[in-house]
Design a protein around this ligand. Structure first.
Ligand code: ADP
Length: 570
């Protein structure tokens, strides 16, 4: 009887402990490296807490297990530059390890774009890395707007979150027409590769950007949103963080914690007469919200007591603004829904490019490419009707928490630049980076995360598949191009379409396909087509063959893709 009682007691005791171990385990599960989740000891803040598999204290680890202790998730910071400090915070908080040895670690963090040498290292290593190859190309203002305009053409009501934009010099004529006709509209000229508000100005006459100027620097001209929402008479915008991960299975998440960046002068609407003269307030402290511009103004306030005094300073937390709006009776959930919707549409638009460049630069492989991720900066302006407008998508949002300040050196009497910690950035940026890493490692959002999944969209209308058309074009393009060089299509590869059922008619044969090819092939190099050219050629083919009602080549693409996928020869 007594031994039986003892057994029952021991079982109950072990069971109880195991239950608590399990709840601890699940709580800290996200700390375990992806590649060997089952067996690793868990390290939190530098201490081994539990061996997950055995559910017992780590000081009881065997020698073999102690070796595994070395496999603590490791972040390589050797290319992290100014973001090193944020990463160090994350490493400290999560109990990760840091390495600076080239190519080593579970996560290789890059501050800048991936170079050829990085691509080589990453394509042979099964590690996580925080950059899509060549992502910066699609974030340049010109390329971004060319892409988005295509979506606006097919889905005008859904892609209405971008102000009317003209890519100069190509759309110079239509811009001039609009400029002259819409007397009450104002336009900003923005250099395509500009950042931080550099080189942006109000266009006063359509001739303000000379053709010479446009040759040297590609510009976009964008209709100015004249009625921004103001707080304390100041214009502001949001910097949100959009995490995209994976390639062949892409997912995206938006962080609903970010920054609100305020102008340093009270807002006034641009005046009619100024359209002729030009807004001559240079720099544009009341119109541009960029931190790098406004910090130069003597009115700039860096609030380092943001926790007690959240409604001050030129940089505030996004949640602070949402709270302020909620107190004013604004439906913040609706604003968030709009932002989620915008994000999923943006990811849909970026997906074909990101996937195609990834396949081109790093090859195809479901295993490897699920480790790739990128945190984009998404700048959103709210107008006075609480409508969200996308200003831009930034490829390299700063995860640095220092603030450069110019001060007078009392000894030399000269000005010098010093680095000051911005408490607000120091609070925010490690949260974003830490949770983003956890999401990519574990494939799921941690509890109470600032991130929400936006792609694939959870509750999309029935016609969701319509939006995926460009990704289907990308797939067809890659099938035709072959996986060795999936970024270009030769004439012979394009002409394969001619042999697809129903694609050859009396008036449309191989020679005609050659004519279409040369008509749409890459400008400057007529021997191949890019993905973009191919999309335009399909649109043309769709019209010639009268497939579908509008310019949308959807029915044609679906038909071709179905056939191509059914044929082993492609
Ligand atoms: P940059 O890449 O140089 O920061 P943006 O396009 O993001 O250029 O513009 C900088 C800032 O100018 C934005 O954050 C916003 O405050 C303001 N801005 C830009 N475009 C518009 C617009 N169309 N309407 C109103 N404000 C704008």
């Amino acid at each position: 009887m007594i031994p039986l009682m003892l057994i029952i007691l021991v079982v109950a005791f072990v069971g109880k402990n195991q239950a608590s171990c399990c709840s601890l385990c699940s709580k800290f599960q996200r700390l375990i490296p992806n590649n060997n989740k089952a067996n690793l000891p868990i390290k939190i803040k530098g201490k081994i807490i539990l061996n997950r598999k055995l559910g017992r204290p780590a000081n009881k680890l065997s020698e073999d297990e102690s070796e595994e202790e070395e496999k603590v998730f490791t972040i390589n910071t050797c290319h992290a530059k100014g973001e090193k400090n944020t990463l160090k915070e994350v490493i400290k908080l999560e109990g990760y390890k840091e390495t600076k040895s080239s190519g080593e670690g579970n996560l290789l963090w890059y501050y800048s774009a991936l170079r050829e040498i990085d691509l080589k290292i990453l394509s042979i290593r099964q590690c996580m890395f925080n950059r899509y190859p060549r992502a910066s190309t699609i974030c340049r203002k010109r390329q971004f707007h060319i892409l988005l305009k295509k979506y606006q053409r097919y889905f005008p009501e859904d892609y209405d979150f971008i102000p009317r934009t003209y890519c100069l010099p190509d759309e110079y004529k239509s811009f001039k027409k609009r400029f002259e006709k819409k007397n009450d509209s104002f336009f900003l000229a923005k250099p395509s590769k500009g950042k931080g508000g550099d080189g942006i100005f109000f266009i006063n006459k359509s001739t303000a950007i000379s053709k010479e100027d446009m040759k040297q620097n590609e510009y976009i001209a964008q209709e100015y949103i004249k009625n921004p929402l103001l707080i304390d008479k100041k214009k502001f915008d949001f910097r949100l963080y959009l995490l995209i991960k994976g390639v062949d299975t892409m997912k995206a998440y938006i962080a609903f914690e970010g920054l609100a960046r305020f102008c340093t002068e009270d807002y006034t609407k641009p005046k009619k007469s100024k359209k002729e003269e030009g807004e001559d307030d240079a720099p544009l402290y009341k119109h541009l919200t960029n931190f790098s511009l406004n910090k130069k103004n003597e009115n700039y306030v860096c609030n380092n007591d943001f926790e007690n005094n959240e409604n001050e300073g030129n940089k505030r937390l996004l949640s602070t603004i949402f709270r302020h709006l909620e107190n004013e009776g604004v439906d913040v959930d609706e604003i968030k829904d709009d932002i989620r919707d915008i994000c999923s549409k943006l990811v849909l638009a970026l997906q074909p490019f990101l996937v195609n460049t990834f396949h081109t630069d790093m090859g195809v492989g479901e295993e490897t490419n699920q480790n790739c991720f990128h945190i984009f900066g998404l700048d959103i302006l709210l107008d006075e009707n609480y409508k969200s407008w996308v200003m831009e998508i930034n490829c390299f949002p700063s995860f640095n928490y220092f603030f450069d300040k110019t001060v007078m050196d009392s000894e030399t009497g000269k000005s010098k630049s010093i680095k000051i910690v911005s408490d607000l950035d120091k609070y925010l940026k490690p949260i974003v980076v830490r949770e983003a890493i956890t999401i990519v490692r574990d494939g799921k959002i941690p509890k109470d995360s600032v991130f929400d999944q936006v792609f694939p969209p959870q509750d999309y209308p029935e016609d969701y598949r319509d939006f995926t058309i460009f990704n289907e074009i990308r797939l067809l393009f890659e099938i035709l191009a072959g996986f060795r060089k999936p970024d270009i299509l030769t004439l012979a590869q394009f002409q394969k379409i001619c042999y697809f059922p129903g694609m050859k008619t009396e008036t449309l044969g191989k020679p005609e396909y050659a004519i279409i090819f040369s008509q749409f092939a890459k400008r400057g190099n007529k021997s191949f087509m890019t993905l973009d050219n191919f999309g335009n050629a399909l649109e043309h083919l769709s019209k010639v063959l009268k497939i579908g009602k509008d310019a949308n080549p959807r029915p044609l693409v679906r038909k071709l893709l179905k056939y191509a996928q059914s044929k082993a020869c492609f």
